[in-house]
Design a protein around this ligand. Structure first.
Ligand code: PHE
Length: 335
């Protein structure tokens, strides 16, 4: 068989072979390998006359190119057909989107408040959510049958054990454990037996602040809380302190910030007052110091308590407190 016939024969053989079942790697070696059929034909060129040689060389080169490109095509096709088999993976496919979680708005607000007070030298402390009457009331100068108990509707677990109605219990836990000076904030969940509505829920979150040292004044309290309000809501915010009453502070006050929506002009959120109430505070009552064994002649201090939901509702314009607890992803995705 002449070389030219061999070329035709190999072409035919190749196309027959690829129309049936074949092993891709074997096919490649068989035709294009170093000892393959095409290489074998190149070797036969030595036996040709010098007139035949250029033509044969050209045809062989064409054959080689043709088979190479056929095999390259097959390589792509076989990777596509392979896809149906379990052990193949197409790295060019876009991945399955994984939904990314987000930080709950209350946690975001809490983190922001914590970081402001950390900068002022407060460290974070915690008290228990289930506590005794002593820590939640008695030691805070709220004796049994005191009318102030009605300020907070209490869930009783059993006699003398309550779900804490405020984070002020953390004050007592902390002072009983540490000698003054004390400078803490104590965040956490609190419970009140209130009717559930857009404005109130059976649980919510507070942050308590407590600073005890020598010569602490109401001026210190006002300075710290004014700084806090400006860090939280911006430098233009104004604060004011209104006299109030809490059994564990004397004097007591409530702090308002100038309405962050209307800048104090009056709108329906501040009920045209121009001010929004955000926290309760005061100077620690000497009776509280006595109940934890601090000498009230020697030590002075201030305390404050603020509701995290209230701050978050104002910050994000949330109108229904219950949204924070329902876990509705459409609500939570917005923060
Ligand atoms: N415990 C008070 C409340 O829940 C807030 C408060 C804390 C007031 C500390 C004064 C000082 O309403």
């Amino acid at each position: 068989m002449s070389l030219f016939q061999s070329i035709e024969q190999i072409k035919e053989q190749f196309s027959k072979e690829i129309s049936g079942e074949f092993d891709f790697e074997q096919l490649k070696v068989k035709y294009l390998g170093r000892k393959g059929l095409v290489a074998g034909l190149f070797q036969q060129m030595g036996g040709l006359t010098s007139d035949e040689r250029p033509k044969a060389g050209k045809l062989l080169n064409e054959l080689k190119l043709e088979l190479t490109s056929e095999i390259e095509k097959l390589a792509v096709d076989s990777s596509v057909t392979d896809e149906s088999t379990a052990d193949s993976f197409d790295y060019t496919m876009p991945g399955d989107p994984q939904p990314v979680g987000a930080i709950h708005p209350l946690t975001q607000v809490l983190e922001e408040i914590k970081s402001i007070f950390n900068r002022l030298g407060f460290s974070v402390a915690y008290g228990p959510e289930v506590d005794t009457d002593f820590y939640n009331f008695e030691a805070l100068n709220i004796p049994k049958h005191h009318p102030a108990r009605d300020m907070q509707d209490t869930f009783y677990v059993k006699k003398d054990v309550v779900l804490r109605t405020h984070t002020s219990n953390s004050q007592i836990h902390n002072m009983l454990k540490h000698d003054p000076p004390v400078k803490i904030i104590a965040p956490g969940r609190v419970y009140r037996n209130e009717d559930i509505s857009v404005r109130s829920y059976c649980l919510f979150h507070q942050i308590e602040g407590l600073y005890v040292d020598k010569n602490v004044t109401m001026g210190d309290l006002k300075g710290v809380l004014d700084y806090f309000a400006k860090e939280l809501y911006g430098k233009d915010v104004k604060t004011r302190f209104r006299p109030s009453y809490f059994p564990f502070t004397e004097p007591s006050a409530e702090m308002d910030v100038s309405c962050i929506f209307c800048k104090g002009k009056g709108c329906n959120i501040c009920k045209y007052a121009g001010w929004l109430e955000i926290l309760g505070c005061g100077m620690v009552d000497p009776e509280v110091f006595k109940s934890v064994g601090y000498d009230p002649e020697k030590w002075t201090g201030y305390a404050f308590g603020l509701g995290i939901e209230r701050i978050a509702m104002l910050k994000y314009g949330v109108e229904d407190i219950r949204l924070f607890y329902e876990g509705d992803i459409r609500f939570l995705r917005q923060f």
